[in-house]
Design a protein around this ligand. Sequence first.
Ligand code: FNR
Length: 194
Amino acid sequence: MTEVKVGYLIGSLARASINRKLAKALVRLAPTEMKLSEISFAELPLYSYDYDADFPPVARAFKSALADAEAILFVTPEYNRSIPGGLKNAIDWASRPWGQNSFARKPTAIIGASTGAIGTAVAQQSLRSVMAFCNSPLMNSIEAYIQFKPGLITDDGDVTNEATAEFLRNYMAEFYGFIERVYTAIPRPHSPAA
Ligand code: FNR
């Protein structure tokens, strides 16, 4: 089985983020072939196309980390029935300058946790249309809407409910398979054919 480098973006900037706990759990439950690392966007200024001619170092570093990843996983809360503004700002940076869209042909998947029963479904639907515009092959299924009850996942990413752990393990295995299928159709980044 092939190793795959996956960068993950956590939509929340909160110190006690339940989506950060979820991300830690996903790192622990992923197939060993998946090498996961967080791509932070916390230091990005608000995007404007005035930057397009000369991106600041923090934005160059962000785009370089995206380029280095073979696939991207979004782990995001739902804020006001959409994705958090900070995450949308990061996506806008990633999509520019024109012709250098970091998401083009890059496999992505979306998962999220909220305290409400809807489990980020509306935010994910919104993010799906954004990623479609960004020309990313996006995993359609399995969908994963996690309602976070207190104690479901510890600060270290230990999932306390075995059925949830199994679901998340399966989700990551499915994402791995999806990435591999995408790269049977298009060249991997950094390969001579890319
Ligand atoms: C929320 N929350 C929320 N939950 C939800 O299911 N749908 C929603 O639209 C919203 N809207 C919303 C807006 C704002 C500004 C906040 C701060 C919160 C509740 C949300 O699910 C809860 O705060 C989670 O803890 C957010 O995830 P993180 O940030 O802890 O990872």
